[in-house]
Design a binder for this molecule. Structure first.
Ligand code: NAP
Length: 364
């Protein structure tokens, strides 16, 4: 029997890589996309198939995490074996501008989906992607026993969703797992995050269409990994015999400044010549977040391979090639070495999908 997966956040970085992974494993993939005035399908364009194709394995549905009735109907209609909940407001900074919205989508949106699952009576396994933002002012190490002391709307909303996922597991016996994800990047990462902002700026500087890169503090230390390896951890959690919660990260910490220098020096540019200070205050200045993912390694056998230096090369190569520039190519060699996806594409502001997938409206 072909397994069916339902993914929220399928148009995002992780959702798109997860869809790639599941399709490569023979799954039928069903994804939720938001009804916006323009479609944001640039990360999944390669998966869109003609809706008149009888053998297709990729389906999209309009819906929103604010709409519980729609989620209930979709689960009832699709009857998935596995649910991967990756959708939501994902920016820590924007959480401060949109605290009510962040709570509604990330916290209550998770409840709507869990309730839809409970009410449907399905036995689907449930995965929720949560984040290190929940640790807030707790000191390291950051493992599954570290208390959550969030100090941001995003961290607080994610903590609520985390504990409700645990509650549905323990109270309703749902096979439900949380991951506490640390930063993971890729050419599909959204463009305002410092890593992607940097690699995209480098490509544009080389193409002569951008002069400077504006960043806030270079001090925050983060644990950066390569996103396609992280979606593998999500899948492994739902294949394990017991549902549980796992920290997912590389265990290595590097500052934003280190990433910036690495990315610029890869293409022979002097970063100091191009970097300008963004003077606006930054909530996470000085914070050091590095994962202790030893449980995921021990129980799931999951351990990422791509280092932050390799990640910078992968991302610079992809951003350069998107602009039609010849990249140094080391990033592609790294992907080949680790047998990872070498045909990646960057995410951009481009909107697409309707022409390639004319039935989107009709079949949603
Ligand atoms: P992303 O690229 O920002 O994608 C977010 C996805 O959520 C998009 O598909 C977005 O749809 C969708 N979404 C937003 N609001 C929605 C709503 N109201 N209803 C339905 N869908 C909605 O994020 P990501 O990097 O893939 O992250 C995936 C998950 O991992 C998130 O839960 C995130 O918090 C967690 N996480 C990620 C990282 C990381 O480093 N990437 C670290 C920690 C935790 P649109 O395309 O329409 O905007």
């Amino acid at each position: 029997m072909v397994k069916k997966a339902f993914i929220t956040g399928i148009t995002g970085q992780d959702g798109s890589y997860l869809a790639d992974l599941l399709i490569s494993k023979g799954y039928e993939v069903h994804g939720l996309i938001r009804k916006e005035s323009s479609l944001n399908t640039s990360r999944i364009e390669h998966l869109l198939v003609n809706p008149f194709e009888p053998e297709r394995n990729f389906f999209l549905y309009y819906g929103d995490l604010s709409d519980g009735a729609r989620l209930t109907n979709l689960l009832y209609d699709i009857s998935p074996d596995e649910i991967y909940h990756l959708g939501g407001q994902t920016s820590g900074k924007e959480g401060f501008d949109l605290p009510e919205y962040t709570g509604n989508i990330n916290a209550l949106g998770t409840i709507r989906l869990l309730e839809a699952l409970r009410r449907s009576g399905l036995k689907a396994k449930f995965f929720h992607a949560s984040s290190f933002e929940m640790f807030g002012v707790s000191p390291p190490p950051y493992n599954e026993s570290t208390p959550f002391r969030p100090r941001s709307p995003l961290g607080a909303a994610n903590a609520y969703a985390y504990f409700m996922t645990v509650t549905y597991r323990e109270h309703y016996n749902v096979f439900a797992c949380n991951s506490i994800m640390f930063d993971h990047e890729s050419p599909r990462r959204f463009e305002t995050i410092p890593t992607r902002k940097t690699t995209r700026a480098i490509a544009r500087i080389l193409a002569g269409t951008q002069k400077n890169l504006y960043l806030g503090t270079l001090d925050p230390v983060r644990d950066w990994g390569y996103a396609p390896e992280y979606v593998e951890a999500m899948w492994l959690m739902l294949q394990h015999e017991k549902p549980d919660d796992y920290v997912v990260g590389s265990g290595a910490g590097h500052s934003v400044g280190e990433f910036v220098k690495e990315a610029f020096s890869y293409v022979g540019l002097d970063w100091e010549q191009y970097l300008k200070k963004d003077p606006r205050p930054h909530a996470s200045a000085g914070a050091v977040y590095v994962a202790d993912a030893s449980k995921a390694k021990k129980v799931l056998g999951w351990q990422p391979k791509v280092s932050y230096k390799e990640l910078a090369r992968i991302m610079v190569d992809a951003d350069m090639e998107t602009l039609g520039l010849k990249s140094p190519g080391e990033g592609k060699a790294i992907l080949e070495k680790y047998k990872l996806n070498t045909t990646d594409r960057t995410s951009g502001n481009s909107v697409g999908g309707l022409e390639e997938w004319p039935g989107l409206r009709k079949y949603s």
